[in-house]
Design a protein around this ligand. Sequence first.
Ligand code: AMP
Ligand code: GLY
Length: 423
Amino acid sequence: MRILVIGGGAREHALCHALSRDIAVSELHCAPGNAGIAELADCHPVDPLDGQAVATLALRLGAELVVVGPEAPLVAGVADAVRAAGVAAFGPGAEAARLEGSKAFAKDVMAAAGVPTARAHVCATPAEADAALAEFGPPYVVKDDGLAAGKGVVVTEDLAVATAHARSCERVVIEEFLDGPEVSLFAVTDGETVLPLTPAQDFKRAFDADQGPNTGGMGAYSPLPWADRKLTDEVLRTVLQPTVDELRRRGTPFSGLLYAGLALTRRGVRVVEFNARFGDPETQVVLARLETPLAGLLRAAAVGELAGHPPLRWSEGSAVTVVVAADGYPAAPRAGDPIEGLEAIRAEDGPGAYVLHAGTRRDEAGRVVSAGGRVLSVTAIGADLTEARERAYRAVGRIELAGSHHRTDIAARAASDQSPTIE
Ligand code: AMP
Ligand code: GLY
């Protein structure tokens, strides 16, 4: 199978890593890719937001499957453009991707489908926002309605901060605060059949002990020793399947990857958010444990044949990923610094630990340099979380990048006392 992956972050590197190990894959291409992906796939300098350009590239390459990775191209309709050109695409069309692109839309779908989530008001005026803040009280949860690259949500005890964020958004969703540990559960779907993947947990705060600002995610692990098969079955029944059924009923079926961000509250499971794509960094650990060949799974979802797909197989072992972030991330990340140690990891750590690139590129001299806030993530597998952590952190210790920082406590609590990390 000839496959074209769209995007160039750690998620796409993780996808390419898994696809390159699938014997069904004869050719792997990526647009635009990054310095790490370039070692696994032919990279093409095509704008991932330009549906026509992506479709033209897919046709020129004779791609049999296009996997659209990030949310921005999905919301821009890139999967629609590929399908219109007659090529199978993994990823929802623009209408269904609004599940991530508009928080108000997601709330509307959840209400129609009876999916448990935080009570919320969609506010278009300052007066409406003030009334909603007063109704729910602190801690305040204020969300920009549109795509905001992880920066649109403010959770605060401070009414002035909450009000200021609400004023800065055109349309804002204000909702009840959900407490309890967060779990990410991904599902692959063809718009009808839903296959849940294995749960994972990510760490959103920049620094150890959940201190510092929110980020896109500083690390992740899987499996969750404290969340079992029962949770997955419940979320499939109460969240994933009803959401997929509702979007099909509306005539805009969702195919691709449905990501449910969940809070396990005292009153039960609640949806915090939906995303329309694989999450980063959870994808790194979920795919590290997937034993089912990935290409066949993604293709079955793209062509509507998931009902006939065999059950997914998972390794018994554990996976941990640790993000190495640039100096200044998340506020003002510095770019252009050389990254050393990548060869040493390859030579010393074997296949059980590997680097997935996010914000990297090769400079004129051919050196790999930083080019984004989250620069790379080191992913490791082991017999249990303790071994996976040791391997991941040993490899992280070999990375040299001026001013970089990483969390030292990814999966630490889960490895030691099996209890959830409360974010
Ligand atoms: P979102 O972009 O909706 O995922 O929000 C980003 C992060 O903000 C989530 O992962 C949570 O940690 C936090 N968050 C969002 N909604 C809520 C809520 N209703 N209650 C508590 N925390 C929330
Ligand atoms: N890990 C959070 C996200 O991908 O949005």
